[in-house]
Design a protein around this ligand. Structure first.
Ligand code: UDX
Length: 456
């Protein structure tokens, strides 16, 4: 039985960015700290607050404003308008919150903030509080943005191939999409690069990955940020080391999951293709049609998450439930990936989905959409060797034949078997990293110990 370190006095304020892909891992990290006795107050925006579910009652909740309390980010006229206002109003209301806590005698030892809210570090410093930045995205992607911040990588990009320290050679199409769309929309790249504008002043740099997965880049970046630590994968214990039996939920809305699991229960081991493009990606109608017919014509079963807002793009009369396939608006992805019937995961390669497939030993077919996803796909295919990238045509569409070919390759070829076995090896390493004595576990204990030590 693991010895819990007594960190009752340590109080961390965890500032979460209001996106599902960001809330999930930082909430999970908070729960790990809490299991070690750290007191957690989670802070998110007033708009997002109502979407928060399954936050344990032992975690206190507070809100700040991003300036869009009624409609959230969609209430802003542009990305830039949201970013500018959320930075200004967010800082002001975060200051109010810290004053409020201080006035009530509620001491805060550390602010752990999502790197998208980089201004939180400046606020924490004004209050003399330790600031720990939480990097939600993959470390390779973070380092690419950091190189842009340093001026080592000039945008617009003019080369076809890139050699960056501790990273594999990257082609243009492997780079985060915002570097490619810089000319049309500089604001988005600026936003991502700004995460690193003050990172050198952060007391800790915590990243949702594990050393064994990202050892080269982790070792390199540690020379620049000595307090860089890998603390992931931030996935509920139930799906990893099973150390905390109460750690079953996963943060935000889960529905339809009973239906999915019942449907999967009937299917033979490794026979189902699971398809999901995360919480944000929107596909064109033509792409949806090609996927739909590709899945229907393949020789495997399929379970496909098509969010309610995307369902209108499905071909007319396409069956949502049949012996061959099931389409749902959402599921508990971790429970699905952990199911013995799942044979592969067609994914957009969001970082959470990427880590989840590695941790559950499921090989992938990559159909990256934007942001960090192409870089994640490159690593999955060429470095971690757990999948293949679907070929796109000149319109950047994955045609049904290409999808069927990938499914056959993963589900029924010798190459597919090797990818599956590689994925199982990553799963073993991920479980080891979070277990007692593992790389991420040790880093978390070090982090808490130092916060404890500062109080003495
Ligand atoms: C966003 C970005 O798009 C992604 O590139 C970035 O790395 C993180 O933030 P998102 O697109 O939602 O995230 O993808 P992803 O990172 O994969 O996160 C989706 C999360 O939703 C996963 O944790 C997944 O388990 C969960 N999910 C998804 C469900 O629980 N049910 C579903 O049906 C689909």
């Amino acid at each position: 039985m693991e010895k819990k370190i007594i960190a009752k006095r340590v109080h961390c304020l965890v500032l979460a960015y209001p996106l599902q892909g960001h809330i999930n891992p930082i909430l999970q990290f908070s729960k790990l700290l809490q299991h070690q006795g750290v007191r957690i107050t989670m802070v998110t925006t007033r708009f997002f607050y109502k979407n928060l579910q399954n936050v344990p009652s032992s975690i206190a909740l507070e809100t700040i404003s991003d300036g869009f309390d009624k409609d959230g980010p969609t209430g802003a006229s542009s990305h830039k308008a949201y970013i500018d206002r959320s930075c200004q109003v967010g800082s002001e209301t975060f200051v109010h919150l810290l004053h409020k806590l201080s006035a009530s005698g509620d001491h805060v030892d550390c602010v752990i903030y999502d790197s998208f809210f980089h201004w939180a570090l400046d606020v924490a410093k004004r209050f003399g509080i330790i600031g720990a930045v939480f990097l939600t995205q993959n470390m390779a992607v973070n380092s690419i943005y950091y190189h842009v911040h340093l001026g080592n990588l000039q945008v617009p990009l003019t080369q076809q191939e890139f050699s960056l320290p501790a990273l594999p050679k990257l082609q243009l199409e492997d780079m985060p999409s915002f570097l490619l769309t810089y000319v049309e929309d500089p604001c988005l790249l600026d936003f991502f690069v700004d995460q690193f504008s003050n990172i050198d002043k952060a007391d800790w740099v915590l990243c949702n990955t594990f050393y064994e997965l990202d050892n080269e880049i982790a070792s390199w970046i540690k020379k620049i940020w000595p307090k860089f630590r890998t603390i992931g994968p931030n996935i509920p214990s139930m799906f990893l080391d099973k150390q905390y039996i109460d750690d079953q939920d996963y943060g935000v809305a889960q529905f339809n999951y009973e239906e999915c699991i019942e449907w999967l229960d009937d299917k033979p081991k490794g026979s189902v293709v699971y398809v999901s493009f995360g919480s944000l990606a929107t596909l064109g109608e033509e792409q949806m049609e090609e996927l739909a017919y590709g899945l229907r014509e393949s020789s495997s079963y399929f379970l496909w998450v098509v969010r309610a807002s995307e369902q209108i793009k499905l071909p007319n009369f396409f069956e949502k439930k049949s012996e061959k396939g099931l389409i749902v608006t959402w599921c508990c992805q971790l429970k699905v990936l952990a199911h013995q019937a799942i044979g592969c995961f067609v994914t957009h390669c969001g970082w959470n989905s990427t880590l989840e497939s590695l941790c559950l030993g499921v090989p992938i077919i990559a159909i990256p959409h934007w942001s960090d996803q192409s870089t994640n796909a490159k690593l999955m295919v060429d470095v971690w060797k757990v999948g293949i990238r679907a070929v796109v045509d000149e319109k950047k569409i994955v045609r049904r034949e290409a999808l069927k070919h990938c499914i056959k390759e993963i589900m029924a070829s010798e190459k597919g078997k090797v990818m599956k076995s590689n994925a199982i090896q990553w799963k073993t390493l991920a479980i080891r990293a979070v277990g007692e004595g593992g790389s991420s576990h040790e880093n978390i204990i070090e982090f808490i110990n130092e916060l404890l030590h500062l109080q003495i």
